[in-house]
Design a protein around this ligand. Structure first.
Ligand SMILES: Nc1ncnc2c1ncn2[C@@H]1O[C@H](COP(=O)(O)OP(=O)(O)OP(=O)(O)O)[C@@H](O)[C@H]1O
Ligand SMILES: [Mg+2]
Length: 427
């Protein structure tokens, strides 16, 4: 069984979520946009396809011979390094251009010098991975301290020269599209310096900046930065958007990918025979339409199935087993406390499911039924999500597994998804 890989896609041929029309719309909107620079925000939650969207857009631009740069700020996850690294990444790209090498190198030196002068230290140059090596910094400082550097005392001057270099690089009507991915993986400080350096150093250049952003994370960043100023304001005022409004001129929210689309995309990867409504309904209710979460679930599920089949001496396992395993895996990732109870007492599955069914048949009896539950199950007596998971009806019904099966499955899941405490294997 091929595992589903979790890398961003970068090819329209792999675009199972049908992002392409959106890429085209956004592309059209910025193709002619004036004035520059322009900052586009591509918003989406964790694992919903931001990087993939950016990659597809980059592909589109390259097809049309528009220059692009990809920048991963989290590689330089220190406030000091990250803005200088952004400049150096852009300059390193220009350096490859005949006729621009000199200018790019001069600007790179100036950027390094600026970072040193502003007291940000030499780490900036060491981390830029490019034009100025850390060993060069000292000599650079001596040779630059009076001469060239003098003209960059003013950040304005740097900004102008940078603007000219970009114009030469892309042509009078051209634009340089800079993709900044994973800004939210930086520390809040670093993320802020990237955003601010866009304004500070690149405020006049023919650039389009495309930022991929997780709004929830960004709200935390903005709150961190402006927490004091807003400390008496209601929470919604201190939202990521309030601050981003100043930086992002064109916000774009990744389209929701429907669960059915995801089901269609991932079905070929799920251990067969499972194009089963009960299985997918379980995933839809338990995990929602998050591509990454679903992929991880499917990968663990497939492995656990393989192991189970090997343990059964190669015999195929029936539909009930497939579904029971999926339910147990869901319990493990979404209802951990109950998973621990099950590990100690596998019959709890049956007991709790029976209780929920009785409550559904006669809600008025709940208090009496609850008091009849073993004490370790009281905690779950009002857990609606767990109730839905254990009491699917009709064609979606999953028969409770025997205690032996529960035991064997728990061992298998621990082997394939990691110890219970680790937690991140399927979420
Ligand atoms: N258009 C698409 N077609 C098929 N699969 C996709 C598509 N877009 C994203 N995916 C898949 O969805 C998952 C998440 O995608 P991606 O890494 O791009 O999300 P992200 O929003 O950048 O995540 P993060 O929040 O971690 O940065 C990946 O496994 C990726 O391969
Ligand atoms: Mg990403």
């Amino acid at each position: 069984m091929r595992p589903l890989t979790d890398n961003p896609i970068s090819d329209f041929g792999d675009d199972a979520f049908r992002f392409e029309p959106y890429v085209d719309v956004l592309h059209g909107a910025v193709e002619q946009a004036m004035p520059l620079p322009l900052t586009v925000g591509v918003f989406g939650s964790w694992g919903t396809g931001k990087s993939s969207f950016l990659r597809l857009w980059q592909r589109r631009l390259e097809d049309r011979k528009v220059r692009t740069i990809w920048f991963n700020p989290w590689k330089y996850d220190r406030k000091v390094e990250v803005w200088a690294a952004l400049l150096h990444t852009i300059l390193a790209e220009m350096e490859g251009e005949e006729g621009l090498k000199e200018k790019a190198l001069r600007l790179a030196k100036a950027a390094t010098w600026l970072s040193v002068r502003t007291g940000l230290g030499t780490a900036a140059s060491a981390a830029t991975g490019g034009m100025i090596k850390s060993g060069d910094v000292d000599s650079l400082l001596t040779t630059l301290s009076q001469g060239d550097a003098e003209q960059y005392r003013q950040i304005n001057r740097f900004e102008n020269d940078f603007r000219d270099a970009v114009r030469e690089f892309v042509g009078a009507d051209g634009r340089l599209v800079v993709f900044v991915d994973d800004l939210d993986r930086c520390t809040p400080d670093s993320a802020m310096t990237v955003l601010e350096s866009l304004k500070l150093f690149l405020g006049e250049s023919q650039c389009v900046f495309v930022l991929a952003l997780d709004l929830d994370v960004l709200a935390a960043v903005a709150t961190n930065k402006f927490g004091d100023a807003f400390k008496d304001a209601p929470a919604e005022v201190v939202s990521g958007l309030a601050y981003l409004d100043k930086i992002v001129q064109l916000p774009f929210f990744l389209p929701d990918v429907g669960f059915d689309t995801l089901r269609e995309a991932f079905t070929p990867y799920v251990h067969q025979p499972i194009d089963d409504d009960a299985f997918w309904e379980l995933l839809r209710r338990g995990l929602g339409a998050n591509p990454r979460r679903l992929k991880r679930f499917v990968n663990v599920f497939n492995m656990a199935m393989e192991v189970s089949i090997a343990q059964a001496g190669g015999a195929s396992l029936d539909r009930a087993f497939h579904l029971q395993l999926a339910v147990l895996q869901m319990i493990r990732s979404r209802h951990r406390a109950f998973f621990h109870v099950l590990a100690a007492e596998p019959r709890s599955w049956d007991t709790l499911a029976g209780y929920f069914r009785q409550v559904q048949d006669d809600p008025a009896e709940r208090p009496r039924l609850l008091s009849g539950l073993p004490s370790e199950l009281h905690l779950f007596g009002a857990d609606r999500a767990l109730e839905r998971l254990l009491t699917q009806r009709g064609s979606l019904r999953v028969p409770p597994p025997t205690p032996q099966t529960v035991r064997a499955m728990i061992t298998t899941l621990r082997a394939t998804a990691g110890p219970d405490g680790l937690g991140s294997a399927d979420d």
